[in-house]
Design a protein around this ligand. Structure first.
Ligand SMILES: Cc1ncc(COP(=O)(O)O)c(C=O)c1O
Length: 360
């Protein structure tokens, strides 16, 4: 194998090696077609088969009911920040936003031109290091938007928010924990995720959306920004991100072969659990997120001394641990350990941290 190192990047992030190897083969020729995956027409049979398999596996893995559409869109998760209010809010309508991190805050900001945006809860008072347990929901919200995992701050909702207006539907930005654990799709109106953490490369965004919302969404928006249009053309209204969809299909196969979403959750709990256990017993490092809000995907920690943090990151880089620098708004370190990050890499990091601590 090539000299791959432990990649803790928050995204684009590590992908399963077997997936990359298969993709490498298929870059030159998809199966025996003699045409590489990036060179196939999206309307041709070989690619259509790929897109169909991606959708079938996605539905199977997440138990997506028939009354939901699975869409493969472009523009990143950030484009969902405005597509959602553009499709679902009319002037004067209200939507509730739970602001538990920078991305959730950006989503709320992007929605502002399209309706009354009520910040139902926020953890900004403590630099987003916790998930609030209470929210001031409005009684007329059309939908409630939240980010299930806060990539920058290392916090995660243990379960979806509850107690909001019963006529509102739930919208989830699941970019950094999609398919890391089982998901009860019928609880949601719309789930979206940029692929580049748990599902594939950047450039493709998975959207799972309930049919009635697709049908009743605003039709006076540019066509590229209407779910209705993408749904009616099976995500092929324009040229879709073919390579991203292909890689996502391979990642879905990998998740299935490795036991599905329940098995992913068990593995993720074990990986994050040993890192948090080590942090709890460490005299040098400590986790930054509140215990009841900690993410299984992004583990954020500090030494409490910016110079030591910098020295740690530098030495870690030198020893083959990349991507550990925390986001600038939190500082310190962040180990992103998505589905494809191997357990042995977490063990290696813990050993490295132990050695660093002994010498500090
Ligand atoms: C939770 C969350 N939402 C949204 C985004 C933005 O995604 P994109 O870069 O695909 O627009 C990110 C990116 O890291 C994220 O972590």
């Amino acid at each position: 194998m090539t000299n791959r190192i432990w990649n803790f990047s928050a995204g684009p992030a590590v992908l399963p090696e077997s997936v990359l190897e298969e993709a490498r083969e298929n870059l030159l020729s998809l199966g025996d077609t003699g045409v590489g995956i990036c060179e196939h027409s999206h309307r041709g049979k070989p690619f259509v088969a790929v897109a169909e398999e991606a959708e079938v596996l996605c539905r199977e893995l997440a138990g997506i009911p028939d009354n939901y559409k699975v869409l493969f869109l472009q523009g990143g998760a950030s484009s969902q920040f405005f597509m959602i209010p553009m499709n679902f809010l009319k002037p004067g309508d209200t939507a509730d936003y739970l602001v538990t991190g920078e991305w959730a805050k950006k989503a709320a900001k992007a929605a502002k031109p399209f309706g009354n945006i009520n910040i139902a809860s926020s953890s900004e008072d403590a630099n987003f290091n916790y998930i609030p347990t209470e929210a001031n929901y409005s009684d007329n919200a059309k939908y409630v938007h939240f980010a299930s995992n806060n990539t920058i701050y290392g916090t995660q909702f243990a379960s979806p928010p509850a107690g909001f207006n019963k006529d509102a539907f739930l919208v989830c930005d699941s970019s950094s924990d999609i398919f890391s654990r089982p998901i009860d799709v019928p609880e949601y109106g719309l789930i979206y995720a940029g692929a580049q953490k748990n599902l594939g490369p950047s450039g493709v965004t998975l959207v799972i959306v309930r049919d009635d919302l697709v049908e009743t969404g605003n039709s006076d928006q540019p066509e590229m920004l209407q779910y209705r249009i993408h749904a009616a053309s099976d995500s092929m209204y324009n040229t879709p991100p073919t390579f991203g969809i292909y890689l996502m299909m391979l990642v879905f196969r990998w998740i299935k072969a490795n036991g599905g979403l329940a098995a992913m959750e068990t593995r993720n709990q074990a990986k994050a659990g040993k890192l948090y256990d080590f942090l709890a017993g460490s005299s040098l490092f400590s986790a930054t997120a509140k215990e009841d809000s900690r993410s299984l995907m992004n583990v954020t920690f500090v030494t409490g001394d910016a110079d030591k943090d910098a020295a740690f990151i530098k030495q870690a880089e030198a020893e083959g641990f990349s991507g550990l620098k925390g986001h600038r708004s939190v500082g310190g370190m962040r180990a992103s350990i998505y589905n494809a990050f191997p357990s042995e890499g977490v063990d290696a990091l813990i050993q490295f941290m132990k050695d660093f601590e002994a010498k500090a």
